[in-house]
Design a protein around this ligand. Sequence first.
Ligand SMILES: NC(=O)c1ccc[n+]([C@@H]2O[C@H](COP(=O)([O-])OP(=O)(O)OC[C@H]3O[C@@H](n4cnc5c(N)ncnc54)[C@H](O)[C@@H]3O)[C@@H](O)[C@H]2O)c1
Length: 417
Amino acid sequence: MKHDVCVIGLGYIGLPTASVFAGKGLRVLGVDTNPSVVSTLGRGEVHFVEPGLEAVVREVVNLGYLHVSSRPAPARAFIVAVPTPFHHESKGDPSPDISFVEAATRSLGGVAEAGDLVILESTSPVGTTERMREWLDDEMRCLGRNIGGAEVLFAHCPERVLPGQILKELAANDRIVGGLTEAASERARLLYGTFCTGEILLTDARTAEMAKLTENSFRDVNIAFANELSVICERLGIDVWNLIRLANRHPRVKILSPGPGVGGHCIAVDPWFIVDSAPDLARLIRIAREVNDAKPGHVVSSVKAAAAEQRTPVIACLGLAFKANVDDLRESPAVEIVRRLATADVAPLLVVEPYVSALPKVLSALGTRVRLTSLADAVSCASIVVVLVDHREFLGLDRTQLQGKVVIDTRGILRAR
Ligand SMILES: NC(=O)c1ccc[n+]([C@@H]2O[C@H](COP(=O)([O-])OP(=O)(O)OC[C@H]3O[C@@H](n4cnc5c(N)ncnc54)[C@H](O)[C@@H]3O)[C@@H](O)[C@H]2O)c1
């Protein structure tokens, strides 16, 4: 049987996408190389937290619209949603790692046929969709097949959903669709039209790739501006939150919020893809990355300075996630701050993270210097309280509990009320 859609990579993006297509009655095959993902989904369960997703997956699996496998099979359309991290280079800037995209594309060598559509959803450096055509062509030739990559249609359709609201945003957000050819764009538009109620905007593949990188770089540059203001204001004795509130009363000014740095696997990663493509020209984008990456070090210095003033300091760190109200710790500046404080053995560290049940490996490996505990315990035992994430659980923090303690509030939640 030829499936309507085969989704390669069943993570935060691929699984909701596969489920939404299946929910519209398309016959979908989901593929993942991680055997535990395949077995979990095969039981109709999900392997990460996303509101509403488990119910949709259970339903489409039970109805037989979504099947899961560790290998691709013939389909009219293939959607690639595998990771695109960066390599941490020992010298120089980070560089994009598109090896997962290459492996996923090559895995289609034996199943893709002339006229099929291959869509890249992974956030990728400019030119990656063109390279997919070359990889597929090469793979088909190696397998001795008598069609080539050129007979397959390719498009890039970047994803811009917000974790926590993925199912809603998958349907409602406007989408950019960039084909290597106009025919590919049209086919991709028809496919997404099965569930997308937002506008579908057609362009070419390179522009679509750059658009996604641009969106995240825009956020990064603007957060860097807020973070730079926060350290300048600290030196000048000005409350940055109050400053931004006042400046934003200008009708054409909209400064974002500073924080302990920038995390997650998108905003902290994607700007490097632009820098890598044009290192001599992407000056502002690189500096913004550097400003944001320097912020955890600044917070660590402030905490160390406060601890040096005390005889027996105890530090409470509130939050580990990269942003509020999620369990996602990827590239989180809060984790990095706790790690650096623990490594420097500044003081005992009491960590509060309501969205995880255990410390991540990078922190548990540091032994008893870091303990995961409740908000009440951490706040009552600590002499220094560092707010790293504005989780809703912390917003009700009672200021009277913090009297006599040094408070370092990187999110401005304590003064917002
Ligand atoms: N998560 C988000 O909020 C978000 C938003 C927009 C864009 N993106 C982009 O979407 C892409 C996917 O991100 P994600 O968060 O879904 O990643 P993820 O790590 O949650 O999931 C990726 C999945 O792909 C699987 N995989 C890896 N190589 C494979 C292969 N060759 N064949 C089959 N499966 C394979 C992995 O086992 C994993 O389950 C990335 O490029 C990311 O930057 C993510």
